[in-house]
Each structure stands twice: as C-alpha cells, then as structure tokens.
Write a protein that binds this ligand. Structure first.
Ligand SMILES: *Cc1c(COP(=O)(O)O)cnc(C)c1O
Length: 347
C-alpha cells in the first residue's frame, strides 16, 4: 500500500483510538498497588463503578473483551454442557475456540437474523437435563451486534428472552463490548440491560477510547469464581491501576460523546445510501455496513483503493465493507471519507 499524502481517516474499527492527552495524564497520576493482593485502589474503584453502572454486585477487570466473555461463560456453563448463541457472535467467530479449548463448553448456534432475536426459536433449542444429553446452561446475546453492523436488540425482546430463560432454568450472558453504544442510542439505563443477565462483559477499549481493558460483572459469588478463571487463563495483573485509570477517565469523558459517533455514522450512512450502497435504517449506532454489490467492487480491492486515497475501511465480506466511527475521526474526516468512498462507488 502506498502512503497517503494526508493522514488516513481510519474507519476500520473503534479499537484504533489512541489515548488522549487527558487520559494519558490520568494514567500517569494513577494510584496503584498489587491487584493480585487486592491492593490496587484504582482497579477497585473502576470495578465498583462499572458494577454499579450495570446494576450488579461486583466486577472484575480483565485484559480483553475476549477474556471477559470467556470468564462470563465459563462461570455459567460447566465442561461438557452447552452454551447457545447467534452463529455470527464474537464468542464463536473471533475467540479461537476458547470456550471449547479452555472451558470444555459445547456451543450450538442459531442462524443470524441481522443481530435480532427470535425468542421462541431460541427457547425451542434449549435441551433438558439427562445423563446422556448436553444440557443447555446459558444463552449468550451480543449487544450491540458487531458483525450485524452495530445493531441494537430492543429491551422488550431481551426482557421476554430473560423471562423465558429464567423459567427454563437457563442463565444469560451478555457480550456487551459495545453495550455503552446501545445505552447511548436508546436511552435505556445500563442497569436495565445489566440486570437481565447473570454475567455481562464490557469493553473500555472500543468506543470509550481506553488503550486496554474490559470488565466482567456479576454477583459477588460469581465474581469470586471469575477471579479463579481469570487466574487460570493468565489474566490477573499487578499494578493494573495504570490501565484502570484510563477506564475511569473514559467513563467520565467519553461515554456521553458516543452520541457524536452515532450522528457521524448516520451521516455516513445517508451519504452511502445516496449512492445505493447502504440501508440507513439498519444503522443504529457507530457501525455502517456498505454494500458494494451494485457497484461491482470486491471488498479487498475497494479497501485498497480507498486506502490509497487516505481512507481506511475494513473488508468485511466478499462485497461488504464496514465503516466504524470513533473518537479519532472528526467531522472533516467523515466528509473526506464521503468524498473518497462515493467517488469510488460511482466509478
Ligand atoms: C471487540 C469485541 C470483543 C472482544 O474484545 P477484545 O478486547 O478484542 O478481545 C467481544 N465481543 C464483541 C462483540 C466485540 O466487538
């Protein structure tokens, strides 16, 4: 790839953000201790804050969203038993088979429906107890849906699933890597989402702009179990308050501003719709799927051509690319991207 003459507008992912000057200052000044001795006050403060926000008793700071998910499902599902989720879920597409490799968990999936759920279909999959069966112990739900394009599942649908799961004795895990975006887009309080699940994982390193870090939240008892799983997976850390400080700073300064990312995504979606490459109705948060089909472009070639012109996008399917807005893309960047991408699409 040639180096563009102007700095790239990088719309590949909201993980690409670099810590701001204010965030770096907060990290430098963080009070720290050895968190494996339970002595890091900044980690403790972050855990208490996130548990409170999500309406749970406790939280555990972990290095990645993947580890947060894995701990969340491993405390709910014993080895040889089953987790069910969307076939497009991060848990079964991007975690290197960890649920099976580390947790001995059997997974079964329902066909993706653009990030939405069919409660009856899911409940019909639940398998009962029996020494010869694979009993279903948990249902995992992704909010927002990453591969589906930042989609939001309606709180009423989640409540119906919760009620049905509870009746069937099946627990629920939320992969809430971008639960913050769902909260900001809908106005539904984080705790309203949080209390529908036994375990929730959330990322600080996506739209919130922290360099590292995720949390898993649950009851105090489950977080004790989670601490053991984190240790087993090598995810316990020492003076991790340096990282937790970035998370606290992000919650203070970068949560409400996700609305700005959503507005910029809507602007991108509208411009892509004008050239027939996007259905703006499908864009609910900060992810914009662009359909190259009608233009005849293949995704890798389109992404390479855009990069040459200073705009980076992800090839997401053979004829789909994905645009993600975040802290490090401003209004000028969005307009630059619109110029470049619509130019290529109408070539
Ligand atoms: C990014 C992401 C994760 C995992 O986060 P990492 O920190 O990259 O491990 C999990 N679930 C979803 C939906 C994500 O988008």
């Amino acid at each position: 790839m040639t180096t563009p003459s102007t700095p790239a507008v990088d719309l590949r992912s909201d993980t690409l953000t670099r810590p701001t000057a204010g965030m770096r200052r907060a990290m430098v000044e963080a009070e720290v201790g050895d968190d494996m001795y339970g002595e890091d006050p900044t980690v403790a403060a972050l855990q208490a804050r996130v548990a409170g926000l999500l309406g749970h008793e406790a939280a555990l700071f972990v290095p990645s969203g993947t580890m947060g998910n894995q701990i969340g499902v491993q405390v709910l599902v014993p080895a040889g038993q089953e987790l069910i989720c969307d076939a497009e879920a991060h848990l079964v597409t991007y975690e290197s088979g960890a649920a099976a490799a580390f947790g001995g968990i059997s997974t079964r999936t329902w066909q993706g429906r653009g990030g939405q759920l069919d409660v009856d279909e899911i409940m019909a999959m639940v398998r009962p107890e029996g020494y010869y069966t694979v009993p279903t112990r948990a249902i995992a739900v992704e909010q927002t849906g990453n591969r589906a394009g930042g989609t939001v599942i309606d709180i009423e649908v989640l409540r119906r699933l919760r009620a049905a799961a509870e009746q069937a004795g099946v627990a629920m895990h939320c992969d809430g890597a971008r639960l913050w975006n769902a909260h900001v887009a809908t106005g539904v309080p984080l705790a309203e989402y949080g209390r529908l699940f036994e375990t929730v994982s959330v990322c600080l390193s996506k739209g919130l702009g922290a360099p590292v870090g995720s949390l898993v939240v649950a009851s105090a008892g489950r977080i004790e179990a989670a601490r053991r799983v984190r240790q087993r997976m090598g995810g316990a850390m020492r003076q991790s308050g340096i990282l937790a400080a970035a998370g606290l700073y992000a919650l203070d300064n970068h949560l409400d501003r996700l609305a700005v990312d959503h507005a910029r995504a809507a602007r991108l979606a509208e411009a892509m719709a004008a050239v027939g490459a996007c259905d703006p109705q499908r864009v609910a948060t900060n992810i914009v799927p662009v359909d190259l089909g009608p233009s005849g472009w293949l995704a890798p070639r389109f992404a390479a051509a855009a990069a040459e012109l200073g705009v980076r996008v992800s090839a997401f399917g053979p004829t789909t690319v994905r645009l993600v807005t975040h802290l490090d893309v401003d209004d000028d960047g969005v307009e630059t991207a619109i110029g470049v991408l619509t130019g290529l699409l109408s070539r």
